[in-house]
Design a binder for this molecule. Sequence first.
Ligand code: C2O
Ligand code: CU
Length: 490
Amino acid sequence: MITRRTALRAGVAGASVIGTGGMLLPVVTATADEPRSAAADLDPVGIAKFTQRMPLAPVLQPYLTTNTTSYYSMTLKEATKEIVPGLNTPVRTFNGSFPGPVIKAESGRRVVVKQTNTLSDPTSIHLHGGHVPQDSDGSPMDLIAAGGGTKTYTYPNTQPHANLWFHDHAHHLESENVFRGLTATYLLTDDVERRLGLPSGAYDVPVQLRDARFAQNGELVYQMGDFQHRNVILANGKAWPFFEVAARKYRFRFTNTANMRFFDLRLADDSELVQIGTDGGLLTAPHRTNSVPITPGERADIVIDFSRYPVGSTVELVNKAAAPGEPVDLIGRVLQFRVTRTASDDSVVPAALRTLPPLATATVTRDIELRMDETGAPSDMAYINGKTFDMDRIDTEIAYGATEIWTVKNVNQFVPHNFHMHLVQFRVLERNGAAVTAGAETGLKDTVALMPGETVKLQATFTGYRGTYVYHCHMFDHGAMGMMANMRIA
Ligand code: C2O
Ligand code: CU
């Protein structure tokens, strides 16, 4: 166990806990007191805040469109980007974009993506949240060879609208590949979503949020399990950018693409955020709140009405998920909105957004225990039900079509986790024994937060495809330490 002394040395004063009422206070854990090459690090305090414009990721166009299918191709390649003003940073990208491009897909219409990997490491491209056949899932063992390997992925898009995303999943490499940039966005829409009249076009903005650590020469500094030094916050690939808005409603589709950082998004004046969706698409009704927690892998679809701000004013998007000892002046700041003009607004946020199918009757229950070593040693391992990941071992056998309830518990005292399942969107029935009846967790989810000691009860129906899929903690460093397992649907 980690001692209080170890925790204090690591700058974590009295690691404390727990998520209540949707307000998650993340907890960091101490890892090794390994010597740091601190001299070579770029001091984030010196990075100018809110001087760079937040870019929009380019929308990728299909190279071929038929009655049923849109065909795309992407190249995984190295590129150099100005993330911090005045510095050049080598990154691993989809098509040279950091973050990668956006694919806009429609339910009922197939998407085929050919990926060519020119990087010097193997990759596996996972469509996070996608309901897809095993051979297109981008599993940890289904690699695209480095140095020019290719793979064609088919996405049937038989699921309803959802905000999905791409990231690398090559086992033991995903953590570093993602840290160095291998993420992109995949927005799946359908008639249910389209007919609502939500903010659209230029007023519908995908934003990938993450953290990073830089050397003075601009290079990203990657160390496994390094939660202490990734103190630069990036929005769409820029450190602490600004974004100009009109005084009207905008829809922001946030994805937490950080390896380990939890965000609790707020406006600096604590005014209202209207959360309309989560991982698996829209909520049934808007959730009016001042706090939107998202852990790595999760998505939050939010409407902000800037008409309450005078033209010429600014408001910051901040992050309240700081653990004791973390530099709030850095990781507490995210993005500055500048209200620069007025604009007409005929968009609406209807009181009813969608309906969700009634819950099927579950016939199987399982217990899942997430645990990692909390010794602070560099050799720390992470486990699901006491085992580290073995890609050749099937951990859970599931009957095709079954509806199951999984009780997932984080038994750690200090380390937060989250839990992600491939193939399915699940429902969160309970958190810490209390029924989930309000808020963002009432929607379809594929990733769910678990603060130390927390338990969630999830329900999923395993249908559509047979095969082997993984479930894991979505803090990529933890997955790479072994917190991942296989389920086989047969
Ligand atoms: Cu985004 Cu297996 O995960
Ligand atoms: Cu974890």
